[in-house]
Design a protein around this ligand. Structure first.
Ligand code: ADE
Length: 263
């Protein structure tokens, strides 16, 4: 996967993504980062201006269409020399669809992705109409620019690219797969500050451990993310009862039946 980032602050992107897991993965060639300075494409040879006042008035400056479009064309042409596929262009904006794990795995299937990071009061609408394929936000709050959101998305997408994580399993079992949050985990020592590791995890019985983990995932999701829990319940409806039994109390029963379903 090749990430191309159109930005006014390429050093911010390269600095952060060159460290830790994404840095190691790019050293090994599983992913690459190419942060391009939009300012380098300004037609204003003297001041390299990239922004101007907004028509109709209003506070702040707007990023102009021309430098962004020329920057995009240069990237698109270099990508199309290698593949004949037109790359997706993600504009990171609080006005986009809210990013989630499903979108991350969808984007991870691409060979090249272009991110456009806005600044100031935004970007001239005409260039967005011309080049953007996906409008994506990282949440309902406003940041000073698109670099941090782009890096958040790139990090989440990168770890789904084969080879990036050492342990393939950790990408499979963690939070948000099946709409469940991850179960609690423990490491040594067996007792810390008077708190003991749940004995079942020391039992060596993998089936029981899996059952316990699933139960904890469900409990945790229900408590912390009732919205996700509802989705999970829809996808894992309680099995119809075989024999007529006296009715147990509502959700307790739903969960125990759901646990059976997944065994
Ligand atoms: N730019 C500014 N705020 C943002 C957000 N919440 N998501 C994506 N891009 C942004």
């Amino acid at each position: 996967m090749n990430f191309h980032i159109m930005t006014l602050f390429p050093e911010m992107i390269m600095g952060a993504l060159s460290s830790s897991i994404t840095g190691r993965a790019s050293d090994k060639g599983y992913i690459s980062f190419n942060a391009v300075n939009i300012r380098d494409y300004s037609n204003d040879n003297k001041h390299h201006k990239v922004d101007d006042y907004t028509y109709g008035g209003g506070a702040g400056m707007l990023m102009q269409a021309q430098p962004i479009y020329d920057c995009y064309l240069a990237l698109k042409n270099s990508i199309e020399e290698k593949t004949d596929k037109k790359p997706r262009v993600i504009y990171v904006t609080p006005q986009g669809s809210v990013f989630n794990q499903k979108m991350a795995s969808d984007f991870a299937k691409e060979d090249d992705l272009i991110f456009l990071c806005g600044h100031y009061e935004g970007v001239d609408e005409r260039v967005l109409e011309e080049i953007v394929t996906d409008y994506v936000s990282i949440g309902d709050y406003v940041l000073t620019g698109g670099e941090l959101p782009a890096m958040v998305m790139i990090d989440a997408i990168s770890r789904l690219v084969p080879g990036v994580l050492n342990n393939d399993e950790s990408a499979m079992t963690e939070s948000f797969n099946n709409n469940l949050l991850e179960y609690p985990q423990y490491s040594r020592p067996e007792e810390w500050m008077g708190k003991k590791v749940p004995p079942i995890l020391l039992s060596g019985d993998h089936k029981k451990v899996d059952g316990w983990r699933l139960e904890k995932s469900i409990e945790r999701t229900k408590e912390r993310r009732p919205d996700l829990y509802e989705k999970w319940l829809l996808e894992n409806p309680p099995k119809p009862e075989k024999k007529k039994r006296r009715k147990k109390k509502n959700t307790e029963e739903a969960e125990s039946v759901n646990l059976e379903n997944l065994e």
